[in-house]
Design a protein around this ligand. Structure first.
Ligand code: GSH
Length: 194
């Protein structure tokens, strides 16, 4: 089988969560990072967007679906239909808060609402869904890609200073920060704006 490849820009953006799932699951993948869009590669992408993933002839777009595809192959997506649904719900919530930030960041009033309403709403929900800061979907039994998605988005939006009010989320975040694979991997990442 040819080496799987993730094609995205140099920053974290919509690609980092997929990179994290691949790395956590110990997939030997080619991490193609473009400084600017490569138009020849874009032609291969189903919606002419990035990221996209390829495994030989198999090409897949949509970052959250790529992440789920990898997670499912490595028993990291939840064990039952309910666990997988709950994990998916949490993963999608990270995209909502990410999008909300990008839609708010250049408008003072919207940014205030993002900081004072959106962020606490999402953190409170994550806090109550977590059991002892260990695993959303499996209710504290094991980790899934949902847990890794929370680590990814908190790092990406630089929300670490909010953690002290949410001990379960803090514990989860620290689990990945100190994880034997993800910890060193994050230290090795280039510093990029997003
Ligand atoms: N829903 C898609 C969104 C992908 C997307 O919007 N990608 C942007 C970059 S973050 C893109 O490729 N824009 C076209 C371009 O930059 O040329 C996903 O999650 O993968």
């Amino acid at each position: 089988m040819s080496q799987p490849e993730l094609i995205y820009f140099a920053g974290k953006g919509k690609g980092q969560f997929v990179r994290n799932v691949l790395t956590y699951c110990k997939v030997d993948f080619k991490d193609t990072r473009m400084e600017k869009a490569d138009e020849a590669l874009r032609l291969l992408s189903p919606y002419k967007q990035f990221p996209f993933y390829r495994e030989g002839d198999f090409i897949l777009a949509q970052s959250m679906v790529i992440a789920r595809y990898i997670a499912e192959q490595h028993n990291f997506a939840g064990k039952t239909p309910k666990e997988r649904a709950l994990a998916g719900e949490v993963v999608e919530s990270t995209q909502d808060i990410l999008l909300n930030f990008f839609l708010s960041k250049d408008n003072e009033e919207k940014l205030k609402k993002y900081n004072e309403e959106t962020v606490p709403t999402f953190f409170s929900s994550w806090e109550t869904k977590l059991v002892n800061g260990k695993g959303f979907a499996a209710q504290g039994d094991s980790y899934t890609y949902a847990d890794l998605s929370i680590f990814t988005v908190i790092d990406q939006l630089k929300l670490q200073d909010k953690l002290k009010s949410y001990p379960n989320v803090e514990k989860l975040f620290n689990h990945f920060l100190n994880h034997e694979i993800i910890g060193p991997y994050y230290k090795s990442l280039p510093i990029t704006p997003f």
